[in-house]
Design a protein around this ligand. Structure first.
Ligand SMILES: Nc1ncnc2c1ncn2[C@@H]1O[C@H](COP(=O)(O)OP(=O)(O)O)[C@@H](O)[C@H]1O
Ligand SMILES: [Mg+2]
Length: 405
């Protein structure tokens, strides 16, 4: 019985894994349906799904066969025992050693006992699946958050609106090589700090350390003069308006998305934020204005509109620290320029840290960090970097033309 149980348990675990794969493929093909069509991959995708499905079916049948042996086995035991009791009983009744009434009672008892045994068998049959599922739930529940709260109170901060990286080295969990190596810089109130560099060099990773989406491996990230780990995570994040590279909007309307930054925001807050983010022009063109519907993921808005919505959402929060990850790339040059002008006028003492692709976006930044392979290879203003940083000069020459630089 136990041997049978462990085999069947192994199959249950396998079965869950294969069901996972099936779900994953299904989800992927639903989400990527347009890409699949555009690349004419319907056949290949359905073959991939078919294979996973067949694989699942084969395992399910095997595990079914093992457990299905149990039921007939129980039936046989049931039958044989009943026959034995009746046979033996008949013999005793014949010889007068037993009364018919006792025989009937005994056979009732026996069937009660056997009933319970059958129940037990059913439980044993279901046990492996339950065990495998419980294991998976426990895995999730027992995962400990690596980002822990500190207890430093916001009101005791020695500084305001400052971010400092001190020799920060960072690797993604499970990665072999650090993505960021010895990053040091400071961002001050009322200043714009810009980060530029090729794709995949670690720009977004630097920004993710500011709201503590990850913690550095070595070194410290100081927010307002205190190590970010010292604050409660919620407190820390309340200071920061983060616009990620991949913008996520939620289903609802424009107003509810803006109110993500400020729960009790009203019409005038939306208007002010949308104006700064240059979002007003397209919102007003909508049939229902601020109450126009936003589809799940914001798919009924263009890339540039989504970017401006995400910027407006961050502005609604009126944070002390703005963090923009490549948030201007889908905007045309003119909107990009107007938006930055608005932002500069509205930011007050806030500090802005932004990642940009275009040199024109960061010409007037107070400090530019040039990032290459997870290291800062140049730091200074546009003019200074043109002289001191060959990589920056190269980027600028390509974008602005040799004669303009
Ligand atoms: N969540 C993640 N897990 C593991 N590696 C990641 C993750 N995000 C990014 N990376 C890796 O980190 C490197 C830097 O990524 P990123 O900071 O996004 O670059 P950039 O913003 O400069 O284009 C890339 O090589 C990428 O593969
Ligand atoms: Mg990036």
């Amino acid at each position: 019985m136990w041997h049978c149980h462990s085999v069947s348990s192994r199959y249950s675990v396998k079965l869950r894994k294969k069901l996972d794969r099936l779900n994953q493929l299904f989800l992927e093909s639903l989400e990527g349906v347009r890409v699949i069509r555009a690349f004419n991959k319907q056949q290949a995708e359905s073959r991939r799904f078919g294979e996973a499905n067949a694989d699942y079916a084969a395992t399910a049948m095997l595990s079914g066969r093992i457990t299905s042996l149990l039921l007939p086995l129980i039936n046989v035991i049931f039958g044989v025992t009943t026959a034995a009791v009746l046979g033996l009983g008949a013999h005793y009744v014949e010889t007068g050693a037993m009364e018919v009434g006792s025989l009937v009672a005994n056979s009732q008892y026996i069937s009660m006992v056997l009933m319970s045994v059958m129940m037990l068998a059913l439980v044993i049959m279901m046990f492996p699946t339950a065990y495998a599922c419980a294991g998976r739930i426990a895995e999730v529940l027992e995962t400990e958050a690596t980002i822990r709260d500190g207890s430093f109170s916001l009101s005791e901060r020695p500084l305001r609106s400052t971010v400092e990286f001190r020799h920060v080295t960072f690797a993604y969990p499970g990665a072999q090589e650090p993505i960021l190596k010895d990053i040091s810089f400071e961002a001050h109130p009322g200043e714009i700090t810009a980060i530029i560099g090729g794709t995949g060099r670690g720009k977004s990773s630097i920004l993710k350390l500011i709201p503590r989406l990850y913690d550095p491996l070595f070194g410290e990230v100081l927010i307002d003069g205190v190590n970010a780990k010292e604050y409660a995570v919620d407190d820390l994040r309340s200071l920061i308006g983060y616009v990620p590279q991949k913008n996520v909007l939620f289903s609802g309307d424009i107003a509810s998305n803006l109110n993500f930054g400020k729960e009790d925001g009203a019409q005038q807050d939306w208007q002010a934020a949308a104006k700064i983010a240059c979002a007003e022009e397209f919102i007003l063109k909508k049939e229902n204005g601020y109450h126009d519907r936003v589809a799940q993921g914001g798919t009924n808005l263009s890339g540039g509109q989504r970017q401006r919505m995400a910027i407006a959402r961050a502005i609604m929060k009126q944070p002390e620290i703005y963090v923009f990850d490549d948030s201007f790339s889908a905007l045309d040059m003119k909107t990009d320029q107007t938006l930055r002008k608005n932002l500069k006028a509205a930011m007050g003492d806030a500090t802005i840290i932004l990642v940009a692709q275009r040199v024109s976006t960061i010409l007037d930044a107070d400090r530019i960090l040039v990032v290459d392979d997870g290291m800062i290879v140049g730091q200074g203003t546009h003019q200074e970097l043109l002289k001191s940083c060959p990589l920056y000069r190269e980027i600028a020459e390509i974008q602005l033309g040799k004669e303009c630089v």
